[in-house]
Structure formats: C-alpha cells, structure tokens
Design a protein around this ligand. Structure first.
Ligand code: PA5
Ligand code: NI
Length: 182
C-alpha cells in the first residue's frame, strides 16, 4: 500500500542500513597532520581518532544527489593540538556542505583558497554552512566524544591531497586551556 520503512537509521551516533559505508581513521592515518612530530611519534599509531558512517544513496559523482554522514571524533591531543579530522577541499571545488553539531564540543576550522583561516564553535544543535572552495576540518576541544553530522552533494568529492601537501595555514592549539588558532 505504498508505505515503507526507511532504509537507514541513526542509532548510537552512527548510521545503519542499506548503502551505508563505515570508515575508521587511526592516529597512524593522520601522519603529518599534527604540528608536534615528537609527541606524535610517542603515541600509539593504532589509536582510533574518528569513525565516519556515510549514507550514499546514489553512486558517487551523481549530479543532483546528496550524501549524509555522521562523524564520531574522540577527545585527545597530540602535544597541545586537539584531535581533528584530516580536512579537505571538495574535488568539484564549488560544492558546498552543511555540518551540524550533535554531541560534545568542537571547532569547525575553515580555510579559503587564499589560505585565510577562521573557526566556528560546534555544539549540540549548531549548524554550519560551508561554502564551496572552503576547506573544512573539525577538532574536538572537549573531554568527551564529539559527534557531528554532514550533508554534501554527491558530486562534491573529497580532495585530501591539497591539505596533505600544504596543510591549513593555522592550527588549533590548547593555550593554557583556551582553544586558540595559531
Ligand atoms: O564529507 C565530509 O566533509 C565529512 O563527512 C567528512 O568526510 C568527515 O567528517 C571526516 O573528515 P575528513 O573527510 O576530512 O577525514
Ligand atoms: Ni566535505
């Protein structure tokens, strides 16, 4: 009678169902991301830093479709720098994205193509519009897990190479207990 159960569910900060892809980033996958190389080398490379579950209802690169994801980012620091996602521009560079805070305390770090960097506080209920051509990464600035969600066009793509090569122009550090962009 044309009434269906949805194919995907949000439970426990993760998506479950058809066409959901899960990925885990370990500290070792973030080699080169953090400023303090000595502190990085002393930590366990197998430590889980974040996990992403993404609902991909259409094939990657489909124009006009949408993807949705939930990221769970654990608390911690490498030296004085908060745990954070790799960060990326979109391959199709003008594609925008929404992020929104679900649980915990974070900072959305943004950088335009001129390498200007700024940040927005993330908290449960915060909503963030990330314009095209703006690289984005999230840091957990709290003592509990940070959970945020994202929705982006299915033809955006993730360009990690630019950030891997050039990084962000500023880093979010804990300066005497205050998250500060340096
Ligand atoms: O699509 C997005 O921007 C997010 O779902 C991110 O991919 C996610 O938060 C993980 O970050 P990154 O892709 O920078 O490792
Ligand atoms: Ni993105």
């Amino acid at each position: 009678d044309n009434i269906y159960v949805p194919e995907v569910f949000f439970t426990n900060n993760c998506l479950t169902g058809e066409n959901v892809v899960k990925s885990t980033r370990l500290l070792g996958d973030l080699d080169g991301v953090f400023q303090d190389k000595d502190a990085f080398e002393q930590m366990d490379r197998d430590r889980i830093i974040y996990q992403v579950s993404s609902f991909l209802p259409v094939v990657e690169n489909t124009p006009g479709g949408l993807f949705m994801g939930i990221t769970l980012l654990y608390p911690g620091k490498v030296g004085q720098e908060f745990f954070m996602t790799k960060g990326h521009f979109h391959t199709n560079s003008n594609r925008a994205e929404f992020y929104w805070g679900v649980e915990g305390e974070g900072m959305l770090i943004l950088m335009d193509e001129q390498r200007n960097v700024w940040a927005e506080r993330m908290f449960p209920g915060s909503l963030h519009y990330i314009p095209g051509k703006v690289a984005h990464r999230v840091a957990n600035i709290g003592y509990q897990k940070l959970v945020f969600s994202a929705c982006w066009p299915s033809d955006a793509g993730h360009d990690y190479a630019t950030i891997a090569a050039e990084g962000f122009a500023r880093s979010l550090m804990d300066v005497n207990g205050v998250p500060t962009l340096l």
